[in-house]
Design a protein around this ligand. Structure first.
Ligand SMILES: [Mn+2]
Length: 328
């Protein structure tokens, strides 16, 4: 272990010295995971380093349309010739070595590239930068350090990483660094309108039907501060939807004027209710999630509660009202 470094040039040397690298990211990969992997693989190729990208889970359908994504292997285990046929593992966006969902990655030296505040520093080299808006931006820094120009395809991949991790440049990590990187990537051939199409215009019909089901359950407290939605097993069946189709539903009640706390309850199987919570300002919904064994951040948390939907919803909403009344 060599500790942590924010020096992109060191990461470049590590990648360039390798003969063949296994590149991976976290389970349920997002735009930053996939975009960073593809861009890193192109950079590696510029040094003559072969790469195999392996993820445990497929990427969301729209994001998987980005050019080059077809080279990614989705598999439950590392390739048969791992570790023998490789001399480096590169993990992208993985604060812990459990995140990729593969056993035995530590059989080889690891180049750990991440921007999460809490990273276990499990790598031979840990290229970490918590002020980076996305890991994709850290990979762009590697291109700069190496003096390599990204192709339009790699620029697109890094733009996907950057725009998804910053919520289309709306979150607090939409820093000057993020905009500078975006300008450079668009200059290199990334097309924001094309990326927005992949990210935002690829909803499943089932998810839209499920939104209709969920909206019928909208409840707003009398003071207007708590809004909630739910989806039960019947609603899933009517919408022909799966749990993945609930992605982003929590943002609907959260967007209502005056709402401080938003909650979303889903019951897919008997006896288990999954809950997502969002809040504004000093209201700490993680405390509620933690009381049920869940976790997250102060303004975005989740938990799984045994029981049936109606009763769980009532109980959690009562707790949320108490939380708000306690002076937050
Ligand atoms: Mn990220």
């Amino acid at each position: 272990m060599t500790g942590a470094s924010t020096d992109a040039a060191e990461a470049v040397r590590c990648l360039a010295d390798a003969r063949r690298a296994l590149v991976t990211s976290h389970m349920s990969p997002d735009g930053d995971a996939l975009g960073s992997e593809l861009a890193l693989a192109e950079l590696a190729a510029a040094f003559g380093t072969d790469t195999v990208i392996v993820n445990r889970d497929p990427a969301p359908a729209g994001i998987a349309e980005m050019p080059g994504a077809e080279v990614v292997c989705v598999a439950p285990t590392t390739p048969e010739d791992f570790p023998k046929g490789f001399d480096l593992v590169v993990t992208l966006e993985c604060p812990g070595l459990d995140r990729p969902g593969f056993d035995g990655l530590d059989a080889l030296p690891i180049l750990n590239i991440d921007h999460h505040a809490a990273n276990d520093r499990y790598g031979e080299l840990n290229y970490l930068d918590e002020s980076a808006p996305a890991v994709g931006e850290m990979v762009l820094r590697m291109y700069r350090a190496a003096g390599v120009e990204p192709s339009a395809q790699a620029a697109t991949a890094m733009y996907v990483a950057l725009s998804t991790d910053t919520g289309d440049f709306r979150y607090s990590n939409a820093t000057p660094r993020a905009f500078l990187a975006a300008a450079e990537l668009v200059e290199a051939g990334a097309r924001p309108e094309q990326v927005a199409e992949w990210v935002h215009q690829r909803r499943s019909a089932a998810s839209v039907r499920l939104l209709g089901e969920a909206l019928r359950t909208l409840q707003i407290t009398e003071d207007g501060r708590v809004a909630s939605l739910s989806v039960d097993a019947d609603a899933f069946a009517r919408a022909q939807a799966t749990p993945a189709d609930t992605d982003g539903l929590i943002n609907v009640p959260r967007a209502i004027t005056g709402v401080i706390v938003a909650a979303f309850f889903k019951q897919w199987e008997p006896g288990v209710v999954r809950i997502s919570l969002r809040s504004r300002g000093a209201v700490d919904v993680r405390a509620i999630a933690a009381a049920y064994g869940g976790g997250g951040h102060s303004n975005a948390a989740g938990c799984t509660v045994p029981g049936e939907l109606a009763a769980v919803r009532q109980e959690v909403l009562a707790r949320l009202r108490t939380l708000l009344e306690s002076g937050s």
